[in-house]
Write a protein that binds this ligand. Structure first.
Ligand code: SF4
Length: 235
């Protein structure tokens, strides 16, 4: 099955996922909602969330983001100028809080020094230069950079995470495929469309949570007939 056909099947099954959840002006809790346009503050929040979501569930990130919002610390200027301990305390629910505080400050200090704290100025860079620049920063790996590029900068860079890796290895029979290979696999077979990449990644996560888990529920999976993996299993 071609990736575009797979996308259509997933979308028909699960519907729009409305990623990436962000906070509306005057509120403190990120919400999933169809939005015509992101504000610069929301784009910055996505960058913060992309760092905080490393090695943890999104529900923990929500708590950390809410802490930052309630303390009026969800700002590049404030994070850059704060004591690391203060940021660590606020992002504690997301785990690895000392490391994440350091990463957030590295990002915000860089943004402040080079772009006057404006993510819009940073995101004015074209691809692939934007990705290359992000990858040079402390604590920003491939997945975090792609999260920022796709969901905040709204440029077509396919995001690969553990769910996507696992699914691709199984469904498309691509064992031991690397991050970059999975990314290339999808990008070379899909139209370069931000909304498509946005929704597709979110749908793969949804499917990964419901069926294609570490121990996959292949018997119940609606993609079982098309998937290469169950054929290796003894039913
Ligand atoms: S059939 Fe199994 S391995 Fe294939 S997508 Fe479904 S859950 Fe994953």
């Amino acid at each position: 099955m071609e990736p575009l056909q797979l996308y259509k099947k997933l979308f028909a099954r699960f519907g729009p996922q409305l990623w990436w959840p962000v906070t509306e002006d005057g509120e403190t809790r990120p919400t999933y909602k169809k939005r015509k346009k992101l504000t610069e503050q929301q784009k910055f929040e996505i960058c913060v969330g992309a760092i905080l979501t490393q090695n943890t569930d999104w529900k923990n990130v929500m708590k950390a983001l809410q802490n930052l919002s309630k303390e009026e610390m969800l700002s590049c200027e404030k994070i850059a100028n704060a004591r690391q301990q203060t940021i660590a305390g606020l992002v504690k629910p997301s785990g690895y809080f000392n490391q994440k505080a350091k990463k957030l400050q590295a990002f915000c200090k860089y943004l402040k020094k080079n772009y006057s704290c404006s993510v819009n100025k940073l995101f004015a860079k074209p691809l692939p230069a934007l990705g290359e620049e992000l990858l040079l920063l402390h604590g920003i790996g491939q997945e975090t950079a792609d999260d920022m590029i796709l969901y905040a900068a709204e440029k077509p860079s396919f995001v690969v995470d553990a769910y996507t890796m696992r699914f691709t290895e199984r469904f498309f029979a691509q064992p031991k495929i690397s991050y970059v290979e999975v990314k290339r696999f999808f990008e070379s077979r899909l139209p370069k469309n931000v909304q498509l990449f946005n929704e597709f990644h979110a749908l793969l996560v949804e499917h990964g949570k419901r069926s294609c888990k570490k121990n996959p529920n292949c018997r119940e999976c609606f993609l079982g007939k098309e998937c290469a993996f169950p054929k290796h299993l003894a039913f």
